[in-house]
Design a binder for this molecule. Structure first.
Ligand SMILES: [Zn+2]
Length: 418
């Protein structure tokens, strides 16, 4: 593999650095080009003082059911409506159909600077193992352009949809990486608890991380939507600290006072990552509100303050759960700021840190991730001098580099006519 030089990039506070990439890693970072020691034949990207960040990481995407928006809309607009509409559509899925839509979204994600996706294909008696099998194939097809982690995800519930657990077991045996869960789709608290036990049993069997959907409501008045405390307890009992991630957890936004403090403490003790999915969370939640409509997004700034590990992700792209999105996590980060009372440069910087370093931590890929010498050359050159201005400018990703190779470029030129 040839050498690649990134000339004049800004890396955090260091302006106009030169970066040498060799064998898929950052080999050197210097103030002048002469010091780099690049070979004469090295490919050079003139970055022109643009910002360099590590590759964007998506910890939660449903590639198998993306881009279904034109087939059947979710007229009710609720979570139940979305599950119903998508359940009807996925009965007709073929491998070709899933692969075709998934490829379109993965390509969009790459163009937007994503170098890693954890995808959650439905694994249940309706879709069977089709989604998992397509993701396993795409993981190979895209090797070197983007990494895929695969979650065996029981969207229809485990107890509610008999046969699901066996399919999840087969998915893990065939090469899925993570055991998924979906407590909110079980009808009783008792069944939610048994669902959680089944997920952890499978995780123990395959020594795998856990990533569950839970507490997808605006309040905790129904105990089926207040599972975080119980999951934290089970995580500690099973010795799975640091290996559990929870998506949505939107009812956390309704906690206050002592209950909130106790819940944050339990989440931290269990080392659980919380991943808000703002596009979906705000779109589907609070449909019952007649006035003062709630946001329905887990409280990101509050969790930052209390030291909870927070990720951020896109979830769905254009389907009954989320009828918009471009697989652009910077778009999601900006939306999180707009809907989450964030407005300071520090908060914008923290959002950019969340979609890179923090999401990498959620997926357990922090080692060798970053922009230092020795790190994997999974990198993005933003069309802006710094990450914060890129977020506000909606800057294009000028160059996306995976494993030391350019995998996407985007130019944006505007000429003002006076
Ligand atoms: Zn999801």
């Amino acid at each position: 593999m040839g050498e690649l030089v990134l000339a004049d990039v800004n890396i955090d506070d260091q302006k106009d650095r030169n970066v040498l990439i060799r064998d898929g890693r950052i080999a050197a970072i210097t103030a002048t080009r002469d010091e780099l020691g690049a070979s004469a034949g090295a490919e050079v990207i003139e970055a022109g003082h643009r910002a360099l960040i590590p590759g964007i990481v998506e910890p939660h995407m449903h590639l198998d059911k993306a881009l279904l928006d034109s087939r059947m809309p979710n007229l009710e607009g609720t979570l139940e409506g979305a599950i119903k509409v998508t359940g009807a559509l996925k009965a007709g899925f073929t491998k070709e159909d899933i692969a075709d839509r998934a490829r379109q979204v993965v390509d969009m994600a790459i163009a937007h600077g994503t170098t890693m996706i954890r995808c959650h294909p439905d694994t249940d008696p309706i879709e069977g193992l089709l989604g998992v099998e397509v993701m396993l194939e795409l993981r190979e097809e895209y090797r070197g352009r983007i990494d895929l982690q695969i979650v065996a995800f029981p969207q229809e519930g485990i107890l509610k949809a008999p046969g699901t657990l066996e399919l999840m077991d087969r998915a893990m045996a065939e090469g899925a990486d993570v055991v998924g869960g979906c407590t909110y789709n079980e009808p009783t608290v008792e069944e939610c608890h048994r669902h959680i036990d089944a997920v952890f049993d499978l995780a123990e069997k395959y020594d795998a991380p856990v990533d569950m959907h839970c507490d997808f409501q605006t309040d905790t008045s129904d105990p089926r939507y207040a599972m975080v405390d119980h999951i934290a307890k089970v995580t500690i009992e099973r010795g799975w600290q640091g290996r559990v991630t929870l998506g949505h957890a939107t009812s956390l936004s309704s906690l206050s006072g002592e209950h909130r403090i106790a819940t944050w403490d339990r989440i931290k003790q269990a080392g659980i990552n919380i991943v808000p999915l703002p596009f979906t969370d705000m779109h589907l939640n609070a449909r019952e509100d007649d006035g003062n409509v709630r946001r329905g997004i887990a409280p990101i700034t509050l969790m930052w303050k209390t030291g909870v590990s927070v990720g951020l992700s896109s979830n769905n792209v254009r389907n009954a759960f989320t009828p918009f999105g471009n697989a652009d996590l910077m778009d999601v980060a900006l939306f999180a700021a707009q809907t989450g009372h964030m407005g300071s440069p520090d908060e914008f910087a923290r959002l950019m840190h969340t979609i890179t370093y923090q999401n990498a931590r959620v997926l357990g890929i922090s080692e060798g991730y970053g922009t230092a010498v020795g790190d994997r050359a999974d990198l993005v050159i933003l069309d802006a001098p710094a990450p914060v201005s890129a977020l506000l400018d909606r800057a294009v990703r000028s160059y996306v580099i995976k494993n030391g190779r350019v995998v996407a470029t985007t130019q944006r030129t505007t000429e003002l006519v006076r």
